[in-house]
Design a protein around this ligand. Structure first.
Ligand code: NAP
Length: 280
């Protein structure tokens, strides 16, 4: 399958990015897996999964370094997402964290820089730092992660320009459908769904297996196709081997039927009231 066949999501500024990217949490923790992790990332980019998500938190900067080593020669092909830790997210600290990240990544710019979750620093300080970084060309877009609807409303009053809210969203974590997803949709802010296959815990679930069997697919592919079903969610599964990368890429071509969606709703009911946003 070519890159052109991957569906895309539209960022608020109009830029289109593929709806299926690659996560890196857990990368760079075991030197014995490094070659497989690099191969997975490069193969994923070959297949069009050019959104690469990392964070200063992952392996204490090791994942950023690994992404740089894996994709430094293909920088212009990828859309690089990185995150600042909340305790670094003061006005000056955010800028310093980004500069450290750029050095580890071996690049001059981050395409989308996120506040990893809300901490003690006022949001307006972090946003001011994002503006400074953007004006200096060190980041191209900014956004947030793990912010619930009330936090998003507070943020929007400071600056409505967040390019995404990266949240825990999968079949077992449907709470955001009650309020956060509608809030973001009304404003044209795409969601990034992290842990889309619940870190592997969705594998082997009978309801997923039944839908998968009907399509000659796998449970992981059903979990991903479900997250991608509405066209305005970006999913960033993490995979280590190229086989998982290929399987995940093929999930973008899996069209779930109304019957499939109804069966999944019965097994994983949508929320019937507001619930706090969960995070991993
Ligand atoms: P995930 O992508 O839901 O699951 C990853 C697990 O699923 C790994 O054990 C992986 O195994 C396995 N897997 C992947 N593809 C598979 C396939 N086709 N068949 C069977 N197993 C498969 O969980 P995640 O890593 O937590 O989330 C994805 C990314 O989201 C992270 O890597 C990170 O970049 C981001 N994230 C962000 C936050 C945040 O707070 N913003 C929090 C969590 C995650 P292998 O590695 O062996 O392939």
């Amino acid at each position: 399958m070519s890159r052109a066949e991957l569906p895309t999501v539209v960022l608020p500024g109009g830029e289109r990015v593929p709806a299926l990217g690659q996560g890196t949490w857990g990368y760079a923790e075991d030197p014995a897996r490094r070659a497989d992790e690099i191969a997975a990332l490069r193969h994923g980019v070959d297949l069009g999964m050019t959104v690469v998500d990392t964070a200063e938190m992952y392996a204490d900067g090791g994942a950023e370094e690994l992404v740089g080593a894996a994709l430094g020669d293909r920088r212009d092909e990828i859309f690089l997402v990185d995150k600042v830790l909340p305790w670094d997210a003061s006005r000056a600290g955010t800028v310093e964290a980004a500069e450290r990240a750029l050095r580890r990544l071996g690049t001059d710019r981050i395409d989308l820089y996120l506040l990893h979750w809300r901490g003690g620093h006022p949001l307006d300080e972090t946003v001011a730092a994002f503006h400074e970084l953007r004006d200096a060309g060190k980041i191209r877009n900014w956004g947030v992660s793990n912010l619930d609807a009330a936090d998003m409303a507070e943020l929007a009053a400071i600056d409505p320009g967040a390019a995404t809210d990266q949240i825990l969203y999968n079949l077992t974590r449907r709470g955001p459908e009650w309020d956060l997803l509608p809030w973001l949709r009304e404003r044209g802010i795409p969601v990034t769904a992290y842990s889309p296959i619940e870190q592997g815990r969705l594998l082997g679930h009978p309801a997923l297996d039944a839908v998968a069997a009907a399509h000659g697919a796998t449970a992981a592919q059903v979990a991903l196709a479900w997250v991608l079903r509405d066209g305005d969610v970006l999913a960033i599964p993490k995979a280590t081997g190229t086989a998982h990368v290929e399987e995940n890429r093929a999930a973008a071509g899996l069209a779930l039927t109304a019957d499939d969606l109804a069966a999944l709703d019965r097994a994983f009911p949508p929320p019937d009231r507001a619930r706090p946003l969960q995070m991993l």
